[in-house]
Write a protein that binds this ligand. Structure first.
Ligand SMILES: *Cc1c(COP(=O)(O)O)cnc(C)c1O
Length: 308
């Protein structure tokens, strides 16, 4: 491990991230101001909420190997692998789908492997049951069986799927604090809900957060509450979810969404990540067009990441 670099601050994140106003007639026509919170610019290898969620976990791990979970295209796995390379920390990625073990790695997993992440593929049933302590113990034991010394089950720090735990939510509260006094409504795309849990807790009085789930299922509200309880001792901030904009589910990108994203990029010169950010921006634009926000409202969209 690099002895000097264990503190993630050594990676020189760009914090607070820039907050920029954009001119867009779809908003100005309704008397609404649109700001973009450029969390995508925090760090080239650990963009957006991935930095905010990982940094406190890296500090808590204090150089111990990290083991975490993700799907075949997980931004969280890539960010964890990059952090491991940059800080000299061993990383183990548990990937959903044992059928992937016998295939060439996709570009996302190839990037993880190139960054030194040890990839362990587990079948979908086991993956789904990973929050069961006995199943988790088994996964960790298998994943560390012939790992280098120091990466045995006892010494490994486990970070849940998507990186969302209490430390991550507290890291994301800083995002809310950076926006105090700057916006009335803050919109963020949600996967596991850790970013929303922290963001809502960090905002000031009178500010509210609207979460846009990119997965179908309606389970997210309970998950955000659970994370807020764990991180802050109870529900915090004013937040709600709008389930209308998942566009069919995770990683579903229908042509209308892609056209919207391409158009937004050409209007504002900003690379629009398609799986999360595009859905949040589409939600914000649609809601504004529907007249959901009174004139004089300042909206802020969190740009949580960059296209791969
Ligand atoms: C991971 C990710 C999210 C989702 O964050 P959660 O804390 O899991 O809700 C949103 N946007 C981008 C770009 C991401 O990579």
């Amino acid at each position: 491990m690099h002895p000097e670099a264990l503190d993630p601050a050594a990676l020189r994140p760009r914090l607070p991230s820039p907050l920029v106003a954009v001119e867009d007639e779809r908003f100005s026509r309704h008397g609404v101001r649109l700001l973009l919170k450029r969390d995508d610019l925090i760090h080239p290898d650990l963009p957006g909420n991935k930095w905010r969620k990982l940094a406190p976990n890296l500090r808590a791990a204090a150089g111990r190997p990290l083991l975490t979970f993700g799907g075949a295209y997980s931004n969280h796995l890539r960010a964890t692998a990059a952090a491991g390379r940059l800080l000299g920390v061993t990383t183990i990625g548990v990937v959903r789908g044992d059928e992937l073990a016998d295939r060439p790695l996709n570009p996302s997993l190839a990037r993880c492997a190139a960054d030194g992440m040890r990839l362990v593929f587990v079948d979908r049933g086991t993956y789904r049951a990973k929050d069961d302590p006995a199943v988790l113990t088994d996964i960790v034991a298998t994943a560390t069986r012939d790992a280098p010394s120091g990466a045995g089950p006892a010494g490994v720090r486990v970070i849940p799927e998507g990186g969302s735990n209490a430390l991550a939510a507290r890291g994301c509260a800083e995002l809310g604090r950076e926006l105090r006094g700057a916006a009335d409504v803050v919109v963020v795309a949600c996967g596991t809900g850790g970013t929303l849990a922290g963001l809502a807790a960090g905002l000031g009085p009178g500010q509210r957060t609207l979460g846009i789930p990119v997965l179908k299922g309606g389970f997210l509200g309970a998950e955000v509450e659970r994370l807020q309880h764990e991180a802050f001792g109870g529900r915090r901030g004013e937040w709600s979810l709008d389930d209308r904009f998942h566009c069919g589910g995770y990683a579903r990108t229908p042509p209308e969404l892609l056209a919207f994203a391409t158009d937004f990029e050409s209007r504002h010169g900003l690379p629009v990540e398609r799986l999360y950010v595009a859905k949040a921006l589409l939600a914000l634009t649609t809601l504004t067009t529907e007249g959901a926000f009174p004139r004089g409202t300042t909206l802020t969209a969190i740009i949580t990441g960059t296209p791969q």
